[in-house]
Write a protein that binds this ligand. Structure first.
Ligand code: ADE
Length: 229
């Protein structure tokens, strides 16, 4: 899978060189290319923003550098990519979306800063591929970089081969609509806290039943919004 990222802070994405995704890049499973938006400016100050038409607080990212950056990325891409613009004004990012995006051959993340990107950039991007504005949650970050990082990790780990044991992807929070069950490892007793005896019983049916109950109980307590009415 190919992932391009456009940002005025490409250094944010240096961490993609470590851990699981770093390994996946080394193995050629993920082709991640990070681009500095300022490379597509042509003035001495490498300007990427300007004041908003109609007035208001903050600055808006200018369309011209974005147009050039998207042109450069799509010039050597075979298929039409899906453009993901992280935005608090976007649709909510979910595990289902991560699963769907992990099937795609080419994603382009456009990271906005300031009050956002000139709206015409989204219209132009729609001529080059599908466009999605996606929010990580109901809170505001300083820009799209951290949100893009989170989405790249959520999507990248679902690309076949990236996580060594695919079974570990199945029994996770959100994969079956519930939060995951609690996990324990050795020792069975630690500082007076004991592992629930059912997990030591060797009774696989009883263990599966207990885990399911725990999932439902936790979900009811912490995320009742996930349960059907
Ligand atoms: N940019 C700023 N806030 C954001 C959020 N909550 N989700 C995605 N992108 C953002």
């Amino acid at each position: 899978m190919r992932i391009d990222v456009v940002s005025i802070f490409p250094a944010f994405f240096d961490v993609l060189e470590v851990s699981l995704l770093g390994k996946a890049r080394g193995a050629g499973l993920l082709d991640i290319r990070v681009h500095d938006l300022r490379e597509h400016t042509h003035d001495r100050h490498r300007t990427v923003d300007d004041t908003p038409y109609g007035g208001g607080a903050g600055m808006v990212m200018k369309p011209e550098p974005w147009g050039e950056a998207l042109d450069a990325i799509t010039a050597d891409a075979g298929e039409r990519p899906v453009f993901v613009f992280p935005s608090p004004a976007g649709e909510r990012f979910t595990q289902a979306q991560a699963r769907e995006m992990a099937q795609l051959p080419h994603l382009v993340f456009g990271c906005g800063r300031y009050e956002g990107i000139d709206e015409r950039v989204f219209s132009y991007a729609a001529t080059l591929g599908d466009v999605r504005l996606v929010s990580l949650g109901d809170y505001v970050l300083n820009g799209g970089e951290v949100a893009a990082m989170a989405m790249i990790e959520a999507i990248g780990r679902l690309v076949p081969g990236v996580v060594g044991n695919p079974a570990s992807l199945v029994e996770e929070s959100h994969e079956d609509g519930l939060l995951e069950y609690p996990s324990y490892t050795k020792p069975s007793s630690w500082r007076g806290y004991d592992v629930p005896p059912v997990l030591l019983s060797g009774n696989h049916g009883a263990i599966a039943g207990w885990r399911r109950e725990q999932q439902i109980e936790r979900t009811r307590e912490r995320r009742p919004d996930l349960l059907p009415d």
